[in-house]
Write a protein that binds this ligand. Sequence first.
Ligand code: HEC
Length: 168
Amino acid sequence: MYFHFLKSSLMEVTLMKKMILLLSLLALLALPVAASGPATDADQLWEYITKVDPYNKWENWPDHKGMQEGVAPHGPLHEVFVNTAGLKKAGWPKTDGTIVVKENFSPDKKLAAITVMYKRKGYNPEAGDWYWVKYSPDGKAAKAGKPAGCIGCHSARAEMDYIMVSDH
Ligand code: HEC
């Protein structure tokens, strides 16, 4: 009787162990999805940077605080924000999952456009794996993906991971 009890509780323990193993396996499988951020899709990325992890709560680019003067084609004034993944390490290339959001203003400081670079491993290995979007202030994508214009100009800084604003 005692042995029978022992045996069945041992079996229960084994079953529990199996279940725990299975659950941790499932958790591991789910992890990459959670960690990899939004898809390379303009609407999903907009949802992400405005609701899931709002960019206006991020840090500015480290040596580029607040509103700064810029050059064409982005307009005379801008502010650059970078997410936690992007701040993880200084230098190049930036970490997978880095998102850089640049608010572009007109001379009278009205928000004119929002340009975004989102680094997603495997998306475009020939050009730093960046996904590019230009949004209107209300989140409509005017350009998205691998626009030749964005990549062509930013390629001048290919050795700095296509980042123009900073040497850091
Ligand atoms: C003719 C050159 C040129 C083109 C075309 C261009 N950019 Fe830029 N971009 C710049 C410069 C220069 C900066 C540095 C900030 C400034 O002066 O405005 C910059 C900065 C940025 C930044 C801030 C991070 C960084 O690289 O410094 C983002 C994000 C960005 N651009 C996105 C885009 C997107 C998206 C497009 C295409 C829709 C685009 N850019 C097209 C020249 C260009």
